[in-house]
Design a protein around this ligand. Structure first.
Ligand code: NAD
Ligand code: MG
Length: 328
């Protein structure tokens, strides 16, 4: 771990949880540097990253200094990227404090920042040494953020594990109220699923793309409405319903399966009706999404609950789904 530890967090989380983490670290006798970033996705950019580098250099942090990210996905992504770059790479540890970060962004090694021309466009693969998730911190999380995290939990079940999907259905009320036992189980199983998928395909040459179920539609919603209007998880929730509609139209799943998924997403207090942006605008935004290749659009579809696949889909088919999704 080296003799120095840099604790990186934001202005919202620092007063809530930094003291506890500092006291946990104290017995190790390390020199502690603390860096408090401004809160929000709007600050996930180059200037904030440079703030971290400046402080690390000014404090003479060396190549063995371990960075600790205490926060949600924004702090985790930016700290991970700082760790990937500082002195050509230093170790880092994720201490995720949102449900989304605990079940998704802290695992898998994708790090990065936004560029004015695109979200998450500048980044690196850099795996954390450890991910330490304490579900007790979720008690202070706003309800909307909790629901957004549940979208990724539902996604994990939908693409990879029928038994887990059934379990989420039975425990959705407990998850909504933040029941500790249910939340721990949801975090544990979601991380297992993500870790398994990533271990088989770290650089997203194939199977890792399945984790983007609901995301191609979701990213179009986020970008089309303007970032920040809908939370990422809200857009993904709605995007999963759209992807299920598409799967049904292609004859992969029946309407009962689509309805089951839609009901669960609604039960998690996530939107299921797509905002009206116009089919042309949706298609344009879906094509810009970095997960698609030039002329056609690769979509993640459901073969059944618990199994997903990637398929090229024509504009014609997509238009029909977009029309249905914004009306039904
Ligand atoms: P976030 O980091 O912005 O956190 C949401 C809000 O909750 C913030 O205001 C934050 O300060 C606050 N907060 C965090 N923990 C809290 C707590 N315990 N109590 C009270 N408030 C708390 O958002 P997020 O949803 O955690 O992460 C979204 C980011 O994650 C996006 O930038 C997205 O691109 C990224 N992401 C990355 C990956 C990946 O694989 N690296 C995957 C998914 C998402
Ligand atoms: Mg996501």
């Amino acid at each position: 771990m080296g003799s120095t530890v840099a604790l990186i967090t934001n202005a919202t989380i620092e007063p809530l949880y930094a003291a506890r983490l500092r006291s946990t670290l104290a017995p190790l006798g390390k020199r502690l540097i603390q860096i408090v970033l401004p809160d929000g996705e709007a600050h996930k950019h180059w200037e904030t990253l440079n703030l971290i580098f400046t402080k690390l250099l000014a404090e003479r942090a060396d190549r063995k200094t371990t960075l600790i990210a205490l926060g949600g996905g924004v702090v985790g992504d930016i700290t991970g990227f700082a760790a990937a770059c500082y002195m050509r790479g230093v170790p880092f540890i994720q201490v995720p404090t949102t449900l989304l970060a605990q079940v998704d962004s802290s695992v898998g090694g994708k790090t990065g920042i936004n560029h004015p021309l695109g979200k998450n466009m500048i980044g690196a693969f850099h795996q954390p040494q450890a991910v330490i998730a304490d579900t007790a911190v979720l008690r202070t999380l706003p309800a909307r953020e909790l629901a957004a995290g549940l979208a990724e939990v539902i996604k994990a079940g939908a693409i990879a594990d029928t038994v887990f999907f059934d379990w989420i259905e039975t425990h959705i009320d407990a998850l909504n109220r933040g029941d500790e036992t249910a939340t721990i189980e949801a975090v544990r199983r979601s991380c297992e699923i993500k870790a398994q998928v990533v271990a088989a395909d770290e650089r997203e040459q194939g199977r890792r793309a399945l984790l983007n179920f609901g995301h191609t539609f979701g990213h179009a919603i986020e970008a089309g409405l303007g970032y920040g209007r809908w939370l990422h998880g809200e857009a993904v929730g709605c995007g999963m319903v759209m992807a299920a509609t598409l799967s049904q139209q292609l004859g992969l799943i029946d309407s009962a399966t689509r309805t089951r998924l839609k009901r669960l997403i609604a039960a998690a207090h996530l939107p299921t009706q797509a905002p009206i942006l116009g089919s042309d605008r949706y298609l344009e935004l879906m094509r810009v999404d970095k997960k698609t290749e030039a002329e056609h659009i690769n979509c993640i579809l459901l073969k059944r609950l618990g199994e997903a696949l990637v398929m090229r889909v024509t504009d014609h088919t997509l238009r029909a789904v977009l029309t249905a999704s914004t009306q039904s």
